[in-house]
Design a protein around this ligand. Structure first.
Ligand SMILES: Cc1ncc(C[n+]2csc(CCOP(=O)(O)OP(=O)(O)O)c2C)c(N)n1
Length: 595
C-alpha cells in the first residue's frame, strides 16, 4: 500500500506565530503581554528556542530589540499587545527607521470583526506606523502568519535595514491552521540593489585619482554593512583622510593617523574643515544629514560628490551627486579598491600630500579638549576619557541623547565597529538603558556600558529591574549634571542664560534641593543593582575599576559632574560650517586656505 503523506500538523495561529519566529532565527524576544497578544504568550511559555524577556515598558522592548540587533548583527524582535502596548512601541520603531536598524515588532490587534469599532485597546498601529516602518502588515488570517513573519524578517534585514511591524488580530491567533514555513518568498517590487554598477565605480575611481582634496565621508551604512575591514583597505591604499559620522563611530579606528574624527554640529575642527574645503566627498553609507551639513547651501561649496548608498532615495536627496552609486557599502568599497588598483596600474595615482599635510596641521592645532573645572569638581569629559581607557575598545558603549552623547562620541575612543550604539537620527532620550540591555543580550561576552544623562536616565531606568531579574549585568555611567544639559547649553548660548525648565534639581520655593532627587545610588539598589557614586577626579579610576569588577549584577555609577561644562566644537543650528567655534567665541584660523 502506498505511503500516505504526513498531514500538516494542525496548530493555532498563536503556535504558528511562535514556530515562525523560531524558524526565522529569532532567539530573544523583548515584550509585555496583554489581552490581544495573550494567545501568543501561551505557546511562547513552552518554547525552548525563544527566550522572552519581560520588560517594564514597551519602549524598553523596542530599544532593547535595537541594541540587540546592532550588537549581534541579527534581527531584533519586540512584542506588545494592541492599543497602548503597540503605541508605546512607536518611539523605538521611529528610532529604528531613522537609524536603519533591523527589528521586527509583533503586536496583537483586536479581533478582526471589531477592527474599526473603537474596540477596547484598539489602535490602528499599522496606520500609525506607516511612515516610520520599512513595511508593515496586518494579519487577520492565521494561514498567512508564517509567510508574513518570513517576509518581515527578510525585509527588515536586507537592503537598507529597518523596522517591520506585524500586527496580528486576536482571532487569527486563536484560529486553527496548519504550520508550513515558506521555502521561497515572492516579493514583487522589493529587490534591493546590492551590487554596484561597474561603470559608476570606474567613474568614481577616476574622480578619486584626479582630485587633490578628497575626503572619505563615512556614515552608519558602513557599520550596518559590516564593511569596516574593506574601508580600512580603501583608506590605506589611497591615503585619503577619513571622517566618521555619529552613526559611524568605530567604523575606522580613532587612533588611525588618517582619521579626522566626527563631522557635523559638534564635529572636530579638522573633520568639519576637511569636508568644507574638499574638492571631492566620497560618501559611503552617509546621508548628508542637516546635523552634518549645517546650512546646506554653504556646505562644501567646491566639492564634487560620489554618493554611495544602498537606498537610492538617499542619493541626491540633500546634495547633488556627481557620481551616484547604488549598492551595499561593503561591495561598493571592495569594488572601488579594485577599480583604484586599475587606475594605479595605469599610472594614475592621486596626489594628496599637500592636503593631508594641511589637515594634519589643523588636527594638531585644534585637538579635542576641555577645561578642567577650577573648583576641583569633575569634568564630564574626563570621566568618559577614563571610562574609554579602562573599559577599553572591546567594550560596547550605548549612549543616551544630549551633551553626554557628544562627549561619549568624542572622548571614549573607538577602535572597532559595533562598539558604539546611539540614537543618531531621532535623538531619543531614554534610548540608552534599554538599548544597552539588548546589546548585552546580543553580546553576552562583551562588557556593555550605558552612558546616560541624568535626564535621559529618568525616562527608562525601570529596565534596570528587567536587567537585575533577567541576569543582564549592564553597567551604567550617569553623567549627572543636574540638568537637561544640552538644552541648557543652548539657553546659555542663545537665550541669555535664561534657564527655563532645564534644572532637574532646584525645588520650588527652596534655595536648592537638600538632597538630590532621586538619589541614583539608592534607586539602583532598589532595583537590585549595585549603586556607586563619584564626584572627585581622584576617585574616577577606582570607581570605574570597581564597577568593572562586578559582573553578576548591573552596576550604576552616579558621576556628579560640573554642571556648566559645554560641548565644543559647535556649529550653531542653521548656520554655515564655516562658522564653527572650537570654544566659546573662538573661531579657528584657517591658515593655508589657498591650498
Ligand atoms: C524624548 C526626548 N525629549 C526631549 C528631547 C530634547 N532634548 C535633547 S537633549 C536633552 C537634554 C538631555 O539631558 P540629559 O539626559 O541630562 O543629558 P545631558 O545633555 O545633560 O548630557 C533634551 C531635553 C529629546 N531629545 N528626546
Amino acid at each position: 500500500m502506498a505511503e500516505q503523506p504526513v498531514p500538516a500538523e494542525t496548530v493555532t495561529g498563536a503556535q504558528s506565530l511562535i514556530r515562525s519566529l523560531e524558524a526565522a532565527g529569532a532567539d530573544n524576544v523583548f515584550g509585555i503581554p496583554g489581552g490581544a497578544i495573550l494567545p501568543a504568550y501561551d505557546p511562547l511559555f513552552d518554547s525552548v528556542k525563544l527566550r522572552h524577556i519581560l520588560v517594564r515598558h514597551e519602549q524598553g522592548a523596542g530599544h532593547a530589540a535595537q541594541g540587540y540587533a546592532v550588537a549581534s548583527g541579527k534581527v531584533g524582535v519586540c512584542m506588545a499587545t494592541s492599543g497602548p502596548g503597540a503605541t508605546n512601541l512607536v518611539t523605538p520603531i521611529a528610532d529604528a527607521y531613522m537609524d536603519s536598524v533591523p527589528i521586527v515588532a509583533v503586536t496583537g490587534q483586536v479581533a478582526s470583526g471589531a477592527i474599526g469599532t473603537d474596540a477596547f485597546q484598539e489602535a490602528d498601529i499599522r496606520g500609525i506606523t506607516m511612515p516610520i516602518t520599512k513595511h508593515n502588515f496586518l494579519v487577520t488570517d492565521a494561514a498567512e502568519i508564517p509567510r508574513t513573519i518570513a517576509e518581515a524578517f527578510y525585509i527588515a534585514s536586507t537592503g537598507r535595514p529597518g523596522p517591520v511591524l506585524v500586527d496580528v488580530s486576536k482571532d487569527a491567533l486563536q484560529a486553527s491552521t496548519t504550520f508550513r514555513w515558506p521555502t521561497e518568498l515572492n516579493l514583487p517590487g522589493y529587490r534591493p540593489v546590492t551590487r554596484p554598477h561597474a561603470k559608476q565605480v570606474r567613474e568614481a575611481a577616476r574622480l578619486i585619482v584626479e582630485s587633490r582634496k578628497p575626503v572619505l565621508y563615512v556614515g552608519g551604512g558602513v557599520i550596518r554593512a559590516r564593511a569596516a575591514k574593506e574601508l580600512r583597505v580603501l583608506a590605506e591604499a589611497t591615503g585619503i583622510p577619513v571622517v566618521t559620522t555619529l552613526m559611524a563611530r568605530g567604523a575606522f579606528p580613532d587612533s588611525h593617523p588618517q582619521h579626522l574624527g566626527m563631522p557635523g554640529m559638534h564635529g572636530t575642527v579638522a573633520a568639519v574643515g576637511a569636508l568644507q574645503r574638499s574638492d571631492l566627498i566620497i560618501s559611503l553609507g552617509a546621508r548628508f544629514d542637516d546635523r552634518v551639513t549645517g546650512l546646506l547651501s554653504s556646505f562644501a561649496p567646491n566639492a564634487k560628490v560620489i554618493h554611495a548608498d544602498i537606498d537610492p532615495a538617499e542619493i541626491g536627496k540633500n546634495r547633488f551627486a556627481d557620481v551616484p552609486i547604488v549598492g551595499d557599502a561593503r561591495e561598493v568599497i571592495a569594488d572601488l579598491v579594485v577599480a583604484l588598483q586599475a587606475e594605479h596600474e595605469a599610472g594614475h595615482t592621486g596626489d594628496y600630500e599637500a592636503w593631508v599635510d594641511y589637515l594634519a596641521g589643523v588636527k594638531k592645532r585644534y585637538p579635542l579638549g576641555y577645561d578642567t573645572p577650577a573648583d576641583g569638581s569633575l569634568a564630564p569629559q574626563y570621566v568618559l576619557e577614563r571610562l574609554g581607557r579602562i573599559a577599553g575598545p572591546e567594550a560596547i558603549y550605548v549612549s543616551g541623547v544630549g551633551q553626554h552623547q557628544m562627549w561619549a562620541s568624542h572622548f571614549i575612543g573607538y577602535e572597532n565597529p559595533q562598539t558604539w550604539i546611539n540614537s543618531g537620527g531621532l535623538g531619543t532620550m531614554g534610548f540608552s538603558v534599554p538599548a544597552a540591555m539588548g546589546a548585552k543580550v546580543g553580546r553576552p561576552d562583551a562588557t556593555v556600558w550605558s552612558v546616560d544623562g541624568d535626564g535621559c536616565f529618568q525616562m527608562t531606568n525601570q529596565e534596570l529591574a528587567t536587567c537585575a531579574i533577567e541576569g543582564i549585568p549592564i553597567k551604567v555611567a550617569i553623567i549627572n549634571n543636574e540638568s537637561l544639559g544640552m538644552v541648557r547649553q543652548w539657553q546659555t548660548l542663545f537665550y541669555n542664560e535664561r534657564y527655563s525648565n532645564t534644572d532637574l534639581q532646584r525645588t520650588k520655593g527652596a534655595q536648592a534641593a537638600p538632597v538630590r532627587i532621586p538619589d541614583f545610588v539608592k534607586l539602583a539598589e532598589a532595583y537590585g543593582c549595585v549603586g556607586l557614586s563619584c564626584e572627585s577626579p581622584a576617585d574616577v579610576d577606582a570607581t570605574i575599576n570597581k564597577a568593572m569588577e562586578i559582573d553578576d549584577v548591573p552596576v550604576v555609577v552616579d558621576f556628579r559632574v560640573h554642571r556648566d561644562a559645554m560641548v565644543w566644537p559647535m556649529v550653531a543650528a542653521g548656520t554655515s560650517n564655516d562658522d564653527i567655534k572650537h570654544a566659546r567665541d573662538m573661531a579657528p584660523k584657517w591658515e593655508g586656505d589657498d591650498l
